[in-house]
Design a protein around this ligand. Structure first.
Ligand code: MRU
Length: 363
C-alpha cells in the first residue's frame, strides 16, 4: 500500500480473503493491547457505540465493514436499509460514518443481491487505503508548516494537540499527528504538548501512548494548562483533528478544542484543524446545526484507570448524585481557525476557500 504507516500497531486490520475485522479495543489502552474480532454487523455497531473504536475516520471505516458484514448474512434491499440505519445510529457527530455508509450503500444498491457483499468488502478496503493516503498527504502539508516554524526559531517546534487524532483514530498516520510523525521521521526536532482530554482522556491514554511508541518527545498536561502555556510563549502551533467541518469552515471536534482556539487567537498562536475531505459535511452550511453527542454523565463523575497493583479500577470523584452533563464535542468558529489542513493542501477556513479546493464535492 503506498504511504503505508510504518507503525507496529494498526487500529483496524482486515486480512485479505477473510470475512471479519480485527480492531484494537481502545478502552484498555495504554495498559493492555487487546484485540477484538468483529464478525457480524452487530459487533461492529457495538464497537462504535461503546467506543472500543473511536475517531471520525476509523468510525467510518468500521461502519463500512459493518455494512459488508450485514450483507454477508442478508443482501436484500430491506437488509441493506436496516443495516445502514442501525450502523448510522451508533454515534451522531462524526460525519465520516454516514459518508462511508452512504458510499458503500450507493456502490452496492444497483447490484443484484448475490454480488453485493463482495463489492461492499472491496469498497470498505478501498476506504481504508484512501484514508491512509489522505492522512499521509495531510501530513506532508502539515510538515511544511512545521518546517516554516523551525526556520524561524531555534530549538524544537512545540506543537499542542488535543484528544486523539492519531493513527488509532484512523486507518493509519492519524490526521493531526501525521505532520508530527513525518517531521519526527525526517529528523525535525519537535516537542508535543498532549492535552489529557477530559473526561475520557484520549490524550492521556491514546495520544501519549502513540507518541511514546514512535519515540516522539512529549509532555502530558491537563486541559486547562493550554492557556498558560500559550501565554508563556511555549506553544508554536496547535494541530487538532475534526469530527465534522461545515461548508463555512466551522470545525466540530472533541470538547475543549474551542477553548484552545480561543487561547491560541489571544496569544497569536496558529491553530490548524487537520481535516480529511470525508470529514467535510457539504450539506451543513455552518457548525450551528451539527449534532453534538451528549454522553453518559457517569464519564464525568467517575475516572477509570489502573491501580498500583495492576487492577482496573473506577474511582468516583464527585459527591454521589451530583448532576453532571457530558457534551463530547464543541464547535470552533471558522474565524478562529488559521487553516484547514486537507489532503489537497491548506485551505483558509471559509466557504469560498474550501469550495475552491474541492470544487468536485462542493456542488
Ligand atoms: O469521542 P472520540 O474519541 O471519537 O472523539 C475523537 C475526536 O474528537 C477526534 O479529534 C476526531 O475524531 C478526529 S480523529 C482523526
Amino acid at each position: 500500500m503506498p504511504h503505508a504507516d510504518p507503525a507496529p500497531y494498526r487500529a483496524l486490520v482486515h486480512a485479505p480473503e477473510t470475512r471479519h475485522l480485527d480492531v484494537i479495543d481502545q478502552r484498555t489502552l495504554p495498559h493492555e493491547i487487546v484485540h477484538l474480532r468483529l464478525a457480524d454487523a452487530e459487533a461492529a455497531a457495538r464497537a462504535i457505540r461503546e467506543m472500543a473504536i473511536r475517531g471520525a475516520p476509523l468510525i467510518g471505516a468500521v461502519g463500512a465493514y459493518g455494512l459488508a458484514l450485514a450483507l454477508d448474512r442478508d443482501a436484500s434491499d430491506a437488509a441493506l436499509v436496516s443495516a445502514h440505519a442501525m450502523l448510522d445510529a451508533t454515534r451522531p457527530t462524526a460525519v465520516n460514518l454516514r459518508w462511508a455508509l452512504d458510499r458503500v450503500r450507493d456502490r452496492v444498491a444497483p447490484l443484484a443481491p448475490p454480488a453485493r457483499a463482495d463489492r461492499a468488502w472491496a469498497e470498505a478496503d478501498a476506504i481504508v487505503a484512501e484514508d491512509m493516503a489522505i492522512n499521509h498527504a495531510i501530513g506532508e502539508h502539515g510538515l511544511a508548516v512545521l518546517r516554516d516554524i523551525a526556520r524561524q526559531r531555534s530549538g524544537p517546534v512545540r506543537v499542542m494537540t488535543h484528544c486523539n487524532a492519531g493513527a488509532l483514530a484512523t486507518c493509519g498516520w492519524g490526521t493531526a499527528t501525521a505532520p508530527i510523525f513525518l517531521a519526527h521521521a525526517a529528523g525535525l526536532p519537535l516537542h508535543v504538548w498532549v492535552s489529557e482530554t477530559r473526561p475520557r482522556l484520549q490524550g492521556a491514554s491514546l495520544t501519549a501512548w502513540e507518541l511514546g511508541e514512535r519515540g516522539v518527545p512529549h509532555t502530558l498536561v491537563v486541559d486547562g494548562a493550554a492557556g498558560l502555556l500559550m501565554a508563556r510563549g511555549e506553544v508554536d502551533v496547535v494541530f487538532v483533528g475534526a469530527d465534522r467541518v461545515a461548508r463555512n469552515g466551522d470545525v466540530c471536534n472533541k470538547i475543549g478544542t474551542y477553548d484552545k482556539a480561543l487561547a491560541a487567537r489571544d496569544n497569536g498562536v496558529p491553530f490548524y484543524a487537520a481535516v480529511p475531505s470525508p470529514t467535510i459535511d457539504w450539506r451543513m452550511n455552518d457548525g450551528g446545526a451539527i449534532p453534538i453527542e451528549a454522553r453518559d454523565a457517569d464519564e464525568v463523575l467517575v475516572i477509570a484507570g489502573r491501580a498500583d497493583d495492576g487492577r482496573r479500577v473506577r474511582v468516583a470523584i464527585a459527591p454521589p448524585a451530583t448532576p453532571a452533563v457530558n457534551y463530547a464535542f464543541d464547535v470552533t468558529p471558522a474565524r478562529l481557525v488559521t487553516g484547514i489542513l486537507t489532503e489537497r493542501g491548506i485551505a483558509r477556513a471559509s466557504g469560498d476557500a474550501l469550495a475552491a479546493m474541492f470544487p468536485d464535492r462542493a456542488r
